[in-house]
Ligand binder design. Structure first.
Ligand code: DP6
Length: 325
């Protein structure tokens, strides 16, 4: 009744931004990501008949409060799936997702928890089954089951049985790199969960966002298949800008950008003017991720590190899917 799994985080090139069902975490649009080698979570789950409640230890610290409840609710879903309702678990998680890189750890965290938890209870699941369960912990986590280039098909059914991720290319298909640029910012955080909810409910621009998704997905998939970096980068950057535009149309309006976020965005655009192909994408926070090709790594790293307010630049390759240890 014990298993250990490792999962990597991912960065969306076509963003998931909005839910049609909050309970089941069903999205309003399909999304596409790359899994990253540099950032991962390793999680052990041990079910034990002597426990009267779940225990969650993260980076050697016992976790309580909302983060604990989210993990425990998710374990309950695994217990129900396995028909073992009254069996509690000790969860030990170690995050190699440096907060310094400005990544949310929920994607790798829930993917590793789902993989270890289901394996510990003897469930023998396909990757698609596992992705569907993982989705209910955190939406973006369902893409971290796979390595390489991954698409989360939103599905149509009300019960979510067709909403899961699939791999469209392995991590060996194409060596694209990502620089995670962490900024020095003390902004009050609006979580992705709260931000997308407000946007879906109130943004004047939300329908425009949804209308643009099918074409973005079609274009980026052509770009990935043909290894057309300019195309992939341009579609990803434009998609990110559209997602962030929806927050400006919300009530009350908000933005995840800091002035230094815009400085990095401008620097990336200037790199292109100088002939270095680089493109940015931004999630629900001020930090920026920059896509580039291996031959430009040294230059890109140096230029990014020289921007005022940049605290840290962490480089990553495309990474693998879930593995069991
Ligand atoms: C902007 O997966 O963190 O990073 O499903 O509510 O847990 P929940 O949200 P989460 O949202 C991620 C939003 C995003 C875009 C993306 O990763 O696709």
């Amino acid at each position: 009744m014990k298993a250990t799994a490792k999962a990597h985080t991912n960065i969306a090139l076509i963003k998931y931004w909005g839910k049609r069902n909050e309970e089941l975490i069903l999205p309003t649009n399909s999304s596409l990501s790359i899994t990253l080698d540099g950032f991962y979570t390793t999680t052990s789950v041990a079910f034990d008949e002597d426990l009267s409640e779940d225990i969650f230890v993260l980076n050697n610290e016992v976790i309580t409060g909302e983060a604990y409840r989210r993990v425990s609710r998710f374990l309950h879903l695994i217990r129900e799936t396995a028909g073992k309702q009254n069996l509690y678990a000790r969860v030990n998680s170690v995050n190699e997702v440096p907060t310094a890189a400005g990544f949310a750890s929920s994607a790798s965290g829930f993917a590793a928890l789902a993989a270890a938890g289901t394996r510990a209870l003897g469930l023998d699941l396909t990757h698609e089954d596992l992705s569907r369960i993982t989705r209910q912990g955190s939406g973006s986590a369902c893409r971290s089951i796979y390595g390489g280039f991954v698409e989360w098909n939103m599905g149509e059914r009300e019960d979510g049985t067709d909403s899961q991720a699939i791999q469209i290319q392995t991590e060996n298909h194409w060596d694209v790199r990502v620089a995670a640029v962490e900024l020095n910012s003390k902004m009050k955080k609006i979580s992705s969960r709260a931000g997308m909810k407000r946007t879906v409910e109130t943004s004047a621009f939300y329908s425009g966002w949804l209308d643009s998704i099918p074409n973005d997905l079609k274009e980026i998939k052509v770009g990935i298949a043909t290894k057309d970096f300019e195309k992939v980068g341009a579609v990803a950057e434009a998609n990110c800008l559209k997602m962030h535009a929806t927050t400006l149309g919300a009530a009350p309006p908000f933005t995840y950008w800091h002035d230094s976020t815009m400085r990095v965005m401008q620097t990336v655009q200037e790199m292109r003017e100088k002939g270095i192909p680089a493109y940015f994408t931004i999630d629900a926070g001020p930090n920026v991720k920059v896509l580039y090709l291996p031959e430009n790594e040294e230059q890109v790293e140096k230029i990014l590190k020289d921007i005022p307010d940049v605290q840290n630049v962490t480089l990553s390759k495309i990474g693998p899917g879930v593995t069991y240890l």
